[in-house]
Design a protein around this ligand. Structure first.
Ligand code: GLN
Length: 190
């Protein structure tokens, strides 16, 4: 199975390594044509305003949105989560807008721009998931179709809506493959 990794900016190689470790073939996506023949798409962390602009420039914003609407599984981490959201608080930056949720960018403040936390994620089993956050966003509101998979207090950090999965943290920076495996199962089923 081939899984695309959007390769305009950000932690591309780390996601590719995690996918290889899961036994699937990563495909770096820089141009439209490369979106053909993939069973899912990962949108890595980076800077969401930059990636959004590049998606427009490279004529991929509408195309990926359309493929997502037609069922292509998309896994957004950090910047990817922001781009998946319909609402980005105080911002009109370009986005895919595929998930019915509101996100807050750089939401943990300067003091704790980066931190790590163990998250309970029922779908991944009893062992907590060690999550790395880097200038992370969180989800503050979700629509009724969105499943909340992990949260700390009122901050939602992992969510799924049908074929879309969004994480506020960076699973590609640890060697815990469970979340990539979870996404690959989504790609298998859809
Ligand atoms: N703060 C970044 C943004 O707004 C996201 C950070 C990340 O992807 N690690 O896009």
């Amino acid at each position: 199975m081939k899984i695309g990794v959007l390769a305009l900016q950000g932690a591309v190689r780390e996601h590719c390594n995690s996918l290889v470790a899961c036994g699937v073939e990563p495909v770096e996506i820089k141009y439209q044509e490369q979106l053909e023949g993939i069973s899912g798409l990962v949108i890595p962390g980076g800077e969401s305003t930059t990636v959004g602009k590049l998606l427009v420039q490279y004529n991929m914003l509408e195309l990926i949105t359309e493929k997502g609407r037609r069922g292509l599984p998309i896994f957004g981490t950090c910047t990817g989560l922001i781009l998946l959201a319909k609402e980005i608080r105080n911002s009109n930056q370009p986005r895919l807008g595929l998930m019915d949720m509101t996100v807050e960018r750089n939401a943990f403040g300067r003091q704790i721009a980066s931190f790590e936390a163990d998250l309970e994620i029922k779908e991944l089993g009893a062992t907590p998931f060690h999550a790395v956050f880097i200038r992370a966003p969180y989800i503050s509101e979700v629509g009724t179709q969105v499943e909340v998979l992990a949260r700390i207090d009122n901050k939602i950090l992992l969510a799924r809506e049908n074929n879309f999965l969004a994480a506020a943290f960076h699973p590609e920076l640890t060697d815990d493959l469970r979340l990539h495996q979870y996404f690959i199962e989504m790609c298998d089923k859809l």
